[in-house]
Write a protein that binds this ligand. Structure first.
Ligand code: SAM
Length: 282
């Protein structure tokens, strides 16, 4: 395992811009920044070459001598293992468990449908409350028979594809859309990883579903786009279909509900996890 060295620079506000400017010139591989409660800024760099960090420290000290510099060796550890530790399995609702691919063979969650997600930049590893809320609502809708195998879904803001994959593994088929092409790339990869069929994926927003209706519409985005897209999202829900909106805080729910009331929908059921809220029209 390679040894790493870490340079911490603790700076007062007067030196923030100066240090950031010099780091931009000399530390092109990047650094971390953290605003501390004391009002100071912590700049942190890691490098395998101690000499290079010493040289950088000298350069920065020449322009910002008041800052505090700490250069130390970082205990060797298995970085891949450390990163992997973060992606723990997440049981969601009564039916699902979201797993990273290296835990695909776990026997720890009997009876749950595994959704394998390769952790990349796309949102949706199951760790965020809004994803868990959606999967929990999908579990309830399946348990009650309100949605069932053979029906169709729209997963608007698909991210990693986690919700769509959960639906497909429950026998539904449908469409996942996301405005972020990197997210769609990740969703395509996860679709293959889970070997699901009937999950169409495309880059784009609700316009990509224009003219189509779905038995279940899931949109885990944010309060503002959900409000702005209310007419199009409403139009995508089949008669007798279900709509699940998430990505909003409980305090934002009233505004979102009002936008969908204008589209003729009744009061939804609210499901909460912490400060996050999902709205369910079933
Ligand atoms: N569906 C996943 C989940 O439940 O974990 C990801 C949800 S993530 C909170 C929201 C996703 O919506 C992001 O991937 C973002 O790129 C996408 N997004 C944001 N605005 C959008 C829009 N107007 N139309 C489609 N996707 C959008």
């Amino acid at each position: 395992m390679d040894t790493l060295f870490r340079l911490d620079i603790l700076a007062e506000e007067a030196d923030f811009d100066l240090l950031a400017g010099h780091l931009a010139l000399h530390a092109v591989y990047g650094w971390e920044e953290e605003s501390l409660p004391t009002g100071q800024m912590l700049f942190r760099l890691h490098c395998e070459q101690e000499d290079w960090l010493v040289q950088l420290q000298n350069t920065l000290w020449a322009v910002a001598p008041a800052a505090r510099y700490v250069l130390e060796r970082v205990e060797a550890q298995d970085w891949l293992a450390a990163w992997r530790q973060f992606f723990t399995p997440v049981p969601c609702g009564s039916r699902f468990v979201v797993l990273p691919p290296w835990l695909a063979d776990t026997k720890d969650f009997p009876g749950r449908t595994p959704i394998l997600i390769e952790p990349k930049s796309a949102f949706g590893t199951g760790h965020h409350a809004t994803t868990a809320l959606c999967l929990s609502v999908v579990s309830e809708l399946l348990d009650s028979g309100r949605i069932r195998a053979g029906q169709s879904f729209l997963d608007l803001g698909t991210g990693s594809g986690v919700l769509g994959i959960g639906c497909c593994k429950s026998g539904l088929h449908g469409l996942g859309l996301d405005i972020d092409p990197l997210a769609v790339g990740n969703a395509v990869e996860n679709r293959a990883l889970n070997k699901v069929e009937g999950f169409e994926l495309a880059t784009g927003s609700v316009d990509g579903a224009a003219g189509r209706c779905f038995d279940l519409v899931l949109a885990n985005i944010l309060a503002r786009p959900l409000t702005e897209m209310a007419p199009q999202i409403r139009a995508a829900v089949a008669e007798e279909g279900c709509l699940v909106l998430s990505g909003l805080l409980e305090i934002q729910a009233a505004g979102v509900i009002a936008a969908y009331r204008t589209e003729g929908l009744p009061e939804p059921r609210s499901v909460l996890q912490g400060e996050w809220c999902a709205l369910v029209w079933e």
